[in-house]
Ligand binder design. Sequence first.
Ligand SMILES: *Cc1c(COP(=O)(O)O)cnc(C)c1O
Ligand code: SF4
Length: 465
Amino acid sequence: MSAGNEHESGKLSAAIDDSQRRARKAVEPGYFEYRNLRDDEFWRALPPFADVDRETFLSTKWQMQNSVYGMPKLLAFFEGWADPAFVADVEKGFHIAPMAVRVTPYLLSLINWDSPYDDPIRTQFIPLGSNFEEDHPMLTLDSLSEQVDAPVPGLTHRYADKALFLALDTCPVYCRFCTRSYAIGVDTDTVEKVSLKVNPKRWEQAFAYIESRPELEDIVISGGDAFNLPAKHLKAIGERLLNMKNIRRIRYATKGPAVMPMKLLSDPEWVEALTDVHAMGRRMHKQVAVHTHFNSANEITEITRQAINVLFEHGITVRNQSVLQTGVNNTVESMTKLVKRLGEINVHPYYVYQHDMVSGVESLRTNIATALEIELGVRGCTAGFNQPLVIVDAPGGGGKRSIFSFEHYNRETGISVYRAPAVKLGQNFLYFDPLHSLSAEVRARWQVAGEREEMIAAAIKAVGD
Ligand SMILES: *Cc1c(COP(=O)(O)O)cnc(C)c1O
Ligand code: SF4
């Protein structure tokens, strides 16, 4: 029967003519860049590491011993090869920065030193005096109110069923933009820190609270960084939590795989502690996952792939949380490459965070409009389950909100208003775009107390009740 007859008989034809079939357009030649993981001895290009062989470079101990922290060490590291104007700029940045500086040889070697000003890894770890932007007047040191929502020191209980346990206050590196600059790292010229040391006594207080709240079933073990937890503590914390009746899921949060992946290849004791806790969880039908923090594709090398494979072979799920940052991942192209490269090494791109309102790093922060553009441009580039959710952790303790879910966004004043009924019913949470993303006229308004109040009142009024 011909198609014509079908129509005449009132039936629709599902078939198309072969001449209508189209192959999808071929991908651009650069498309496969995300698969090209560095496998050369890249560190040798850097004079201080020129003579370091692969075995040494892959040793955790060597990475720790040769991590560069504090200004004197950084200056010594630059001695004799770095551009003096750049070094002077770093020195200037160091005195204004709220975070201490600490970087691993792994990361230092991945910086493109021919162009350090626009390198995504340099941008995250080494401050520059020439690149400071004025803080937004609405910015506070603990912008997420983690301490206010903490019933005991180092345990933030904001959401009903999950809590954030800060086990320690050190990391293998210090990120300039750390949300917890109120606690992490040593005191700096500008910030005196809250102390959250490795301390089983303090932990016991947190555990007692967790046990006392039957609704708590999911604990994030963070800090600081779980990479810095000695194996026995990592294990003891995991076991203690898994043995609680109310706990269904735990996750270890660590930037380690991004900053010192060799630990997973050369610290068998630590890896065993993690895989033991994971195996114990499986036997108990409870989830034990790792949450990590890659921000740019450049942080992922062949070493990273091998390190993540160790966890993958044990069946451990690794999820990634990135922070959206100018010069790091604030283009559709750079974020797509990161997402695809994470998929390549079996890491799940879980979240992309709008940058928190952290003091001293305004040059890194983008406006909400940029996050919206990135979400729009990246979605569809890979499997749906590997699409990160772009979120903003609402200042003042509203918790994580989908970036698109604002009740109101005024691109001129840079004010967005979010609500979080499941977290804090009836409250508005305001996020403020950085001043450098606003017009000169509006920036001037932010400097005047009365004008500030007026802009904020207008935003809240626009939302209504
Ligand atoms: C992020 C966070 C969690 C975990 O949230 P998820 O959305 O499940 O990743 C828990 N508690 C606090 C305080 C947090 O900031
Ligand atoms: S690793 Fe995490 S906690 Fe540590 S300095 Fe970086 S962002 Fe802060």
